[in-house]
Design a protein around this ligand. Structure first.
Ligand SMILES: *[C@@H]1O[C@H](CO)[C@@H](O)[C@H](O)[C@H]1NC(C)=O
Ligand SMILES: *[C@@H]1O[C@H](CO)[C@@H](O)[C@H](O)[C@H]1NC(C)=O
Length: 482
């Protein structure tokens, strides 16, 4: 895996070397020792996903964000300028009105100190206070030109003095992006000891956050999603008891996302019905409810409250009538987009569930108890079972008894089953229709000691179904709630 990755990186490096090297790139690029320099993003990282995407038709863009750097006298500074689709364009560097490089042409009077790397980065060695400028500009010469301006502040302070406060965040302590945009940010340690920068988001190491990568002191998010929002902590691991740390808050604006815990709500006539949908959006979404394409009038029937940064929107119907049943749509809208989801308000029974999920069995019978919620009396049950592997279900109709409040209990007894694995499922019906099908429950009928002789070693699952059903007596009984 690691070897593969290294091979891929090497391939990319070669690729970008071929593509990105300015026409008359200077040989001394490769001599740059890189000491004391900062570690900025590698263009290879940023271009990873673009290779093979057919970039020739797209206009050039500068991927690098403006840097604001504050360093001490004598430091080496690198100003990156990563240009996507810019292979045929001339890159110009200048400081204020002073030209430094134009394509491969050297214009600066200090080419030994200020030089252009093959990756378009401008590298300034041994900075002095005269290098302080808000206008270190990289320009892609085209019509209209593309530019970014880096700023550099060189302070005349021995490094020791800045040591205790040497962790700087870039580009800001709070960054706001729209979803699917790229984000990059970093923490720069100007400490001489060059501590390792460790990143985390909500207590998780950055490597565990999907879609986020980090390299040296920088974090890259290629396509921001709502899951990337939060406070990123950077920690300068210097093995001391109180390592320096900083935080960068990333705010992601994203279009609404609707989560419905239940998409069907069960109710009955004359009672209060409540349907809801949970909306996750930033900024907050405006929510409207629709029924059959018409907006449900917005009055006191609508409620919403916050929950873990999401908003639960409820539609409450005080006294449910038959015409209130049906399919509703909740539609959430904010500046970035909209989302909608259908939820059903029905009078039919809810999906039957196993009671405690526990079966009771003795030597003769196997008993399964189900629970069904219904706001109208149950009129009918349909229980189906089969030996696992058989195609056809055997249908029985458990007897209906009264429930307590809205809860109905069904007990089904299976007697004299042959050993094997069985599957069983249940449906319930009231005046409004059938419930959803329960999940399939499986149970095993064990070989009981005195039956074992009858089984004669043959695997019971291979016996024909006819033989099985002939032997089978099923009694289902229903008890009122305990
Ligand atoms: C650009 O090249 C220089 C010199 O080879 C290197 O030190 C630097 O890390 C590179 N920068 C980026 C952004 O790849
Ligand atoms: C983010 O999205 C909003 C709404 O669509 C738009 O007005 C704004 O310009 C976008 N911001 C950026 C940085 O793209």
């Amino acid at each position: 895996m690691q070897t593969l990755r290294i091979a891929a990186i090497l391939a990319l490096l070669l690729f970008s070397q071929v593509l990105c090297r300015p026409q008359s790139s200077d040989q001394k690029d490769d001599d740059y020792p890189g000491d004391g320099g900062k570690d900025y993003e590698d263009p290879e990282d940023l271009e990873d996903s673009d290779i093979g995407r057919g970039t020739s038709v797209s206009p050039p863009v500068i991927l690098t964000r403006p840097l604001r750097v504050r360093v001490s006298v004598g430091t080496t500074v690198e100003f990156p300028c990563v240009v996507k689709n810019g292979d045929n364009e001339v890159i110009q560097w200048s400081k204020g009105s002073e030209p430094l490089y134009f394509g491969g042409a050297v214009m600066t009077t200090e080419p030994d100190r200020i030089f252009l790397a093959a990756n378009n980065s401008l590298i300034v060695n041994d900075v002095t206070e005269y290098d302080t400028s808000n206008d270190w500009t990289c320009t892609v010469v085209m019509q209209p030109p593309l530019e970014i301006h880096h700023s550099l502040q060189v302070v005349n302070q021995p490094t020791q003095l800045t040591e205790h406060r040497s962790l700087a965040v870039w580009p800001a302590k709070k960054i706001t992006v729209n979803e699917s945009m790229g984000v990059e940010f970093g923490c720069d340690s100007q400490s001489k000891s060059r501590p390792e920068i460790k990143w985390s988001l909500k207590g998780k190491a950055i490597a565990e956050v999907p879609g986020v990568s980090s390299k040296n002191n920088y974090v890259f998010i290629e396509h921001a999603t709502r899951h990337h929002a939060g406070v990123y902590q950077c920690l300068a691991e210097d093995r001391s008891a109180s390592p320096e740390h900083e935080a960068i808050e990333v705010v992601v604006n994203y279009s609404p996302f609707i989560e419905v815990e239940h998409d069907t709500f069960h109710t009955g006539l004359g009672i209060i019905s409540e349907i809801s949908c949970e909306v996750d959006a930033h900024p907050h979404a405006h929510v409207k409810w629709f029924k059959n394409g018409n907006v449900v009038p917005q009055d006191e029937k609508l409620h919403h409250h916050e929950k873990n940064g999401k908003t639960l929107h409820k539609l409450i119907i005080e006294h449910t009538r038959k015409e209130d049943l049906g399919t509703y749509k909740c539609k959430a809208t904010n500046d970035l987009g909209e989302a909608s989801k259908d939820v059903v308000l029905t009078g039919a029974p809810a999906k039957p569930v196993l009671n405690h999920g526990k079966d009771r069995h003795n030597q003769k019978a196997h008993m399964i108890r189900w629970r069904v919620q219904s706001f109208s009396p149950i009129t009918e049950y349909k229980l189906e079972y089969r030996m696992k592997g058989n195609e056809n279900w055997i249908e029985v109709q458990p007897q209906v008894t009264d429930g307590q409040e809205n809860n109905f209990v069904v007990e089904s007894h299976f007697e004299n089953l042959l050993p094997g694995v069985y599957q069983v499922r249940l449906l319930a019906r009231n005046d409004f229709g059938w419930s959803p099908q329960s999940s399939i429950h499986e149970f095993r009928k064990e070989i009981v000691a005195n039956e074992a002789q009858n089984v004669k070693g043959g695997s019971s699952t291979t016996r024909p179904l006819a033989a099985l059903t002939a032997l089978l007596v099923v009694s289902t009984r229903v008890f009122t709630c305990l």
